[in-house]
Design a binder for this molecule. Structure first.
Ligand code: NAD
Length: 355
């Protein structure tokens, strides 16, 4: 087929709106959950407890042990909590780490997941799971891990600190940027990506100025939903590959790493992806996409987020090792990247700033 595409709609139900957490009991009932285990990180236990209270008789307890990168030990502890509570489903309240734990339970126990995202990572929209064992993260795709229902309540994001809101928002932007030049893109994905980028680009400066800006919160979460759906529908390229390798090698914070690397990958890839570049120019209202993305990263650094791989603690001497690891395994990209270009890109991200 020439210039064709395949698009597979995911069977996702989305409830969106300020105050939508109130529909949780009805959503749980729709899914046939009678004893739901509420999942969270230790930091979000208070919210998880309120969610359990709202679920009333349909709540079987709270498991607040969710951690970054879904360690197998955490999954084992959550499985024990499922067994003890005789849970028939789980409600994941939080960011990518908590949703990731819900997905692991779906994978290993066949439990349905209801997600209430509180960051912009977008995991709730994807069939991608991850599990970390012996310091190695395995990932895979399985439609069984897709949450059955996602309740997006911007009120739950009001507590996300300004700097984290911006870096998490750039993490979402990265999904849309790479979806726009993905080998399995389609008009549906392109439309979602462009709208998602526009929403986030409008929202992030508002949230940097005032994390309590309600219109900004709504637009950012809507953008995160659409960008997450792009991630779920396509194959990611150089940017996600780089962040995965960097994160795995140096145990770096997820959203911050994305925010630092994205402008540099955009500067490298977009000249070879003119349609993606045009869509991003429209969405960001700019004629220099990498510079506009770097401006968003600078918003986060002004709020205290790290602005370079150096500030994240990556040694310059380690960059060749990162390049070798990226080159060792194939990934989708508009054009293959050679070692010299890759090292140049890594050095630019190590210095930080506009590409
Ligand atoms: P996270 O879930 O680790 O959350 C970061 C911290 O912020 C946690 O301490 C959490 O409790 C806190 N937090 C979350 N929401 C908050 C809020 N509203 N107010 C105050 N604090 C809040 O971080 P993340 O960036 O959302 O997710 C990163 C993880 O998700 C990574 O492990 C990444 O690999 C994974 N991920 C997976 C996919 C996928 O498709 N499988 C997609 C994106 C990210």
């Amino acid at each position: 087929m020439t210039d064709g595409f395949v698009y597979e709609a995911r069977p996702m139900r989305v409830v969106f709106g300020a105050g939508s957490t109130a529909v949780l009991p009805a959503e749980a009932e729709r899914l046939g959950m009678r004893r739901a285990l509420v999942l969270s990180t230790p930091q979000q236990r208070g919210l998880a407890t309120r969610v359990a209270a709202l679920l009333g008789e349909r709540a079987a307890g709270v498991f607040d042990g969710a951690r970054m990168h879904v360690p197998v030990e955490t999954v084992a502890a959550a499985e024990a909590a499922v067994a003890e509570a005789d849970a028939d489903g789980c409600v994941a309240v939080g960011g990518g780490s908590t949703v990731g734990l819900g997905k692991a339970l779906a994978l290993r126990r066949g439990l349905p997941v209801l997600a209430l995202p509180t960051t912009y990572a977008g995991s709730e929209m994807t069939p991608i799971w991850g599990l970390t064992e012996n310091a190695e993260k395995r990932t895979g795709r399985d439609p069984a891990v897709l949450p059955r229902s996602v309740v997006y309540d911007p009120d739950l994001t009001m507590t996300l600190p300004a700097a984290v809101s911006v870096t998490s928002g750039i993490n979402a932007l990265a999904h849309a940027v790479e979806a726009l030049y993905a080998p399995d893109g389609s008009p549906v994905v392109a439309a979602m990506a462009e709208r998602g980028v526009r929403d986030l680009a409008n929202a992030l400066p508002l949230l940097a100025a005032d994390p309590g800006d309600r219109a900004g919160r709504r637009a950012a979460l809507c953008g995160a939903w659409l960008c997450g759906a792009c991630l779920g529908a396509t194959t990611m390229g150089l940017h996600h590959k780089l962040c995965h390798v960097l994160g795995g090698m140096f145990d770096l914070p997820h959203a911050e790493t994305h925010a630092i690397v994205l402008p540099h990958v955009a500067a490298h890839n977009l000249p070879t992806a003119p349609e993606a570049d045009a869509a991003l120019r429209r969405a960001l209202d700019t004629d220099d996409v990498p510079a506009a993305l770097a401006d968003l990263t600078a918003l986060a650094t002004r709020l205290g987020a790290p602005g370079s791989l150096r500030e994240l603690g990556v040694a310059e001497d380690d960059l060749p090792r990162v390049a070798d690891e990226v080159l060792a395994r194939p990934y989708a990209n508009p054009l293959p990247v050679g070692r010299r270009d890759l090292l140049g890109l890594l050095h630019a991200a190590h210095r930080g700033g506009t590409p």
